[in-house]
Write a protein that binds this ligand. Structure first.
Ligand code: IYR
Length: 224
């Protein structure tokens, strides 16, 4: 390697093989209870939970460690209503003819339609933006790399952190979603990538049976 400033890798725990397997399995059990939620309670959630989860997301790996993400957290009723209205305009077009029949058929087991009441019910809508340019220091205007991949990984961390805090999430992707820039006061150079709906699960909420069908290991992995 070329010379560069370093610090020691903080020691990871020395575990027995059995303990590693048990921990990996326990994590799988815990994360497997996470499902996309479309029935949220309007119960408030402390902002500090969201802050800690976003800080966890901010530790994700990214191209050249430029951390090309921004999380705009909508919590005001007025902004939530505006987002819902804009999203529903697009969803009406999507379900009203823009989407291919194949896509509509694929969504049938989820029971989704153009009405998105949870966009107003849930306490937080985290709008996630990718930055094509930036860098690590304030005011940097450097090229960023692997923005989509980096933001995707950070979003995974965010979802996992919120799940660990006992909160439900829904990844929502209005199409197109450029309206999010104006709504969230973000510069046009940023790419809106996802809305993460966050809150407590509503009493007697259900999930589609379809969502419980996960592929077995031999269909998602191979050993070479
Ligand atoms: N954005 C629409 C449609 C939709 C698309 C996919 I791919 C999904 O996994 C779920 C929904 C909606 O939110 O209804």
């Amino acid at each position: 390697m070329k010379p560069h400033a370093t610090v020691p890798y903080e020691a990871l725990p020395e575990l027995s093989d059995a303990e590693r397997i048990a921990r990996a399995s326990a994590f799988r059990d815990a994360i497997a209870t996470r499902h996309s939620c479309r029935m949220f309670s309007d119960a408030p959630v402390p902002r500090a939970v969201i802050e800690q989860a976003i800080l966890a997301a901010g530790t994700a790996p990214s191209g050249a460690n430029h951390q090309p993400w921004h999380f705009a957290v909508i919590e005001s009723a007025a902004k939530k209503r505006a987002l819902r209205e804009a999203a529903e305009v697009e969803e009406r077009e999507f379900y009203g003819g823009k989407a291919s029949q194949e896509w509509i058929d694929a969504l049938a087991p989820l029971g989704t339609d153009e009405t998105k009441p949870y966009l107003e019910t849930a306490p937080y809508l985290i709008c996630i933006f990718g930055q094509r340019r930036g860098g690590i220091d304030p005011g940097d205007d450097k090229q960023n790399y692997y923005v989509t991949e980096s933001v995707g990984i950070a979003t995974g961390y965010l979802i996992a952190a919120l799940h660990a805090a006992g909160l439900a999430t829904l990844t929502h992707t209005p199409n197109p979603m450029k309206f999010l820039n104006a709504l969230c006061d973000r510069p046009g150079s940023e790419k809106p990538m996802m809305v993460l709906v966050v809150g407590k699960v509503a009493d007697s909420a259900t999930i589609p049976l379809h969502a419980t069908h996960k592929k077995p290991l031999d269909r998602i992995a191979s050993w070479l």
